[in-house]
Design a protein around this ligand. Structure first.
Ligand code: ATP
Ligand code: MG
Length: 506
């Protein structure tokens, strides 16, 4: 039986500063459908969803809700019509309780006051629908005390509190671990089964093929194709996305390694890790791998002087370094790419150029003045290198598409000409094509002599990109794999063998 259409758009157009972000987009969402939107970074996915949910106004075109044209002046309008949006960068009020966030805008009242009893009861009811992950959330807790996955549940609950008919997810799993993601999929499937239509934006093909019914592929502000998941495959989708066939996704590995560049000896930073030792070599890409929470990020941050360490020595090209803060590390040529670009990676209110020169402003200044020409030239050089797409040079970084923000962070670090680069989740939010570009770039940099250390929660990426990995578990180095031994199965067994041993010692 054909499912009923809930929402459709017809010929939606949107320009920013004269450049088209959407060139006439028509999509159709049915009741109970999980509809994926895919496309390269900057293709227009988030912009389209922002228009459907009243965040932006279209320049032309129409949105139909149950066949009737609607016009949303703001997100509140859209929410009242039943359109919920779980944003890529979560948008909750951190200092309010869970219950207040869920019912914000339509709090239950009694004699002119908020009816807290009703608020808690109704919040509980909605959260309980999410199974264990929802049950563990207290409606009276402050949102700031919740983990990202829990905050996401609150965002969904917020959408459900106003009887939503359409729910939009923008890269919802980018900060979730596997278990949390699979919990989210269960919730999404349940919501769809209850008749809600769902738009789902993601760069991860496996999850799209796992939960979606239909895929709409966008490129450069237009819809290229809409296909049922059952009748297609990842190869077709990706080649439609990038407009060409992608060959082997991972670059060739290095044939030989050069001299030692960085040596870390007995690094301890309790409670996160202890006695960690490893080295990096010229021309080699090293991976720090392990489960989320194993201590990889903490180790990288300590080497780069961002967090304090209790003990341990760090040598660069055989010379012992005194790293007391991140300035010391950066001066020596050791840089860190953060996994959390919103919190500590970029100045979202500033322009491209301002972000590029911020970490090394003195290098662009003479007599206390910034040389505009030099700043512009360098920005352009590295922007091109990383293929960062924007609509105008004065654009705030916050309005670049998510993947392009990530590329910009890499560009910014490369402009510092580092010797050792720690990259924490370097391709988070990056589309499949650009991801392959970044992998090639990393290989090129490593050939040119930059020592690269990758931390990635995607195991295929770790295995595909790294020449050697150091396996970390509960803050300790538990093994090392390289060459033919470097496989996903071996990483998993190295981790579990260690856990078994720990158990027998207890
Ligand atoms: N507020 C804005 N001001 C100016 N340009 C914008 C604004 N919002 C989006 N754009 C531009 O519109 C284009 C489409 O961006 P959009 O965020 O929709 O891409 P996306 O498909 O969601 O990409 P990603 O996968 O990287 O998140 C980009 O070129 C972006 O720079
Ligand atoms: Mg986006």
């Amino acid at each position: 039986m054909e499912r009923e259409v809930i929402l459709s758009t017809e010929n939606i157009q949107k320009r920013f500063a004269g450049t088209y972000a959407l060139k006439g987009v028509s999509v159709t969402l049915k009741k109970g459908e999980i509809h994926a939107l895919v496309g390269e970074n900057g293709a227009g996915k988030s912009t389209l969803m922002n228009i459907i949910s009243g965040v932006f106004q279209a320049d032309a075109g129409t949105i139909y809700l149950n066949d009737a044209p609607v016009h949303f002046r703001n997100p509140n309008d859209a929410q009242l019509s039943g359109i919920g949006f779980v944003h890529q960068e979560l948008a909750l009020c951190q200092d309010l309780t869970v219950g207040n966030n869920i019912f914000i805008g339509h709090l239950p009242m009694k004699r002119g006051m908020v009816d807290n009893e009703c608020l808690n009861r109704e919040s509980r009811k909605i959260l309980d629908q999410f199974g264990e992950s929802g049950k563990s959330i207290d409606p009276q807790a402050l949102v700031s005390s919740l983990r990202v996955a829990q905050q996401q549940m609150v965002e969904i609950a917020k959408a459900l509190s106003s009887q939503c008919r359409v729910l939009i997810f923008d890269e919802p799993t980018s900060s979730l671990n596997e278990e949390e993601a699979s919990g989210l999929f269960t919730v999404i499937k349940k919501l769809a089964a209850s008749g809600i239509g769902i738009f789902y934006i993601s760069h991860k093909m496996e999850e799209i093929f796992h939960i979606c019914d239909t895929i709409t592929i966008m490129r450069d502000g237009s819809v290229i194709n809409t296909v049922p998941v059952k009748e297609t495959n990842a190869e077709f989708v990706v080649s439609n996305m990038v407009g060409k066939e992608l060959g082997n996704l991972y670059p060739e590995k290095s044939k030989e390694r050069g001299e030692e560049i960085l040596r870390v000896e007995n690094l301890t930073g309790s409670p996160h890790f202890s006695n960690v030792s490893f080295s990096t070599y010229k021309g080699e890409i090293l991976g720090l791998c392990g489960l989320v929470g194993a201590g990889r990020t903490e180790i990288a941050r300590a080497v780069c002087g961002i967090d304090k360490r209790q003990s341990g020595d760090i040598y660069l090209e055989g010379k012992k370094l005194q790293i007391r803060c991140c300035r010391d590390a950066a001066d020596a040529g050791i840089c860190y790419l953060t996994e959390d670009r919103k919190k500590d990676g970029l100045f979202l209110e500033m322009s491209l150029i301002e972000n590029m020169i911020a970490p090394q402003i003195s290098a662009f200044s003479s007599n206390g003045f910034v040389s505009d020409k030099k700043a512009q030239q360098t920005t352009e050089q590295y922007r091109k290198l990383m293929n960062v797409k924007y609509s105008s040079a004065a654009q705030h970084i916050g309005s670049l598409s998510g993947g392009n923000q990530q590329k910009l962070m890499l560009a910014k670090l490369l402009a510092m000409k580092p010797k050792v680069l720690f990259l924490d989740e370097p391709t988070r939010g990056i589309d499949v094509g650009a991801k392959a570009e970044i992998h090639q770039m990393l290989r090129k940099l490593s050939r040119e002599g930059i020592s690269i250390v990758v931390i990635s929660s995607e195991m295929p990426e770790t295995v595909g990109v790294c020449d050697r990995v150091v396996v970390i578990n509960v803050g300790k180095v538990v093994g090392e794999l390289s060459g033919e031994k470097l496989t996903q199965a071996n990483i998993v067994s190295t981790i579990s063998e260690f856990s078994e041993k720990e158990k027998t010692y207890e």
